[in-house]
Design a protein around this ligand. Sequence first.
Ligand code: KIV
Length: 292
Amino acid sequence: MRVTISHLREMKQRGERIAMLTAYDYSTAMFLDEVGIPVILVGDSLGMVVLGYDTTLPVTMDVMVHHTKAVVRGAKRALVIADMPFMSYQASPEEAMRNAARFLQEAGAQAVKLEGGEHMAPTVKRLVEVGIPVQGHIGLTPQSIHQLGGHKVQGRSPAAAAKLLRDALALEQAGVFSIVLEGVPAPLARLVTQRASVPTIGIGAGLHCDGQVQVIHDILGLYPDFTPKHAKLYARIGQVIKEAVQSYMEEVQEGRFPTAKESYAMDETILAELEAPGADPLPKRRVAVGSD
Ligand code: KIV
C-alpha cells in the first residue's frame, strides 16, 4: 500500500521520524522504494546535481514532469512529491493550479512542494481546496537565492526568527500536509516543530524536526562540485564509478574485455559453410532487362 499524507501525520503523532530523500530517475526510485523510504521528493535540485546548472532557476515544468514520470514508474510504495520549479506557481494561483495538476495528472505524483511562507498561503489554499496535497518549504529557499544573497542560514535575527514561525503557521493554516525547513538554526526548527501540527522535514535544520530530507547526490558522493555542511557522506559512489570506468577503459584498451563469458557463440557448421572456398554469401542479383 502506498504511503499517504495521513500516514505522515500519524507518524508525527507517534513520534516516528520520517526519512525523505530525493530521486530523479526510475532505478534510483526503485532502490529507495525497496529499502522502504516513505517519501521521495523529485526536487528541482536536479537542475544542479543532474543537469549541471549553477542554481535551480533554469529548471522548467517539462523537465520536472519528465523526471517525475520516471520516479513514479520506479516507486510503488513511497509517496512521490514533485517540486514546483521557479515561476511555475508564483505568478498566480491559477497558473499554480494548472502546473500542479500536471504533476498529478500527467506524471502520477501524489503531491507537490512549493517554496515560500505567508505570501504563498493563498495559493496553497487554492491547491488544497481542489484536492492537490501541498508540502511547504521555508527558510533557505533556493529559488530565491539571488534575493537571499547565497546559500545562507535563515531565521537568525529576532525578526527573521519570528517571521519563519509566522510563515510556518500560515502555511499550516492554508492546509499544507508538511513543511520543509531548510537552513534554519536547530533550536528554531525545534520550536516550529513543536508549534506545527503537520510534520516538519529538516535539511540543515537540526535533529528535532519530525523528519529529514537530503539530496541523494550529496549523501552518496555523486556531486563533485560541492558538499553542503548539512550533508553526511554515506558512500562515495562517485569514486566507485571512477574506479570501475578506469578498469573498463584499461581492459578495452588491452583487449581483455569482452571475454568468452560476455560473448555469444554460434553453430560452427554455419561458419564453416561461409568460410568454404567458393561460397558466395551474397544473394543472386537480378539483372534488369534492357539495362546495360
Ligand atoms: O530541490 C530539492 O531537492 C529540495 C530539497 C533540498 C528539500 O527542495
